[in-house]
Write a protein that binds this ligand. Sequence first.
Ligand SMILES: [Zn+2]
Length: 88
Amino acid sequence: MADELLEVLAFVEAQVEKALELRLTWAELLRRVFALDVLTCPHCGGPRRLIALLTDPIVVRRILAHLGHPTEPPRPAFARSRELLDFA
Ligand SMILES: [Zn+2]
């Protein structure tokens, strides 16, 4: 019984390690999906690097407002025209 449990644990551990090896960075995902290279400066072509992660909504809103950008997310839009959704 204990041997079987150890085998299962070893199998799970190997699967987790495989999954971690296949994991892509956000930069790589953005490059693949949107053809957006976030690690290259669009102005001079030089390398960019992550210097901070901002997660506090108050701080993020203040920075966006200071830069003159919208501070609220856009309202969700219908995927189709409302007229197409009226069946009456
Ligand atoms: Zn630059």
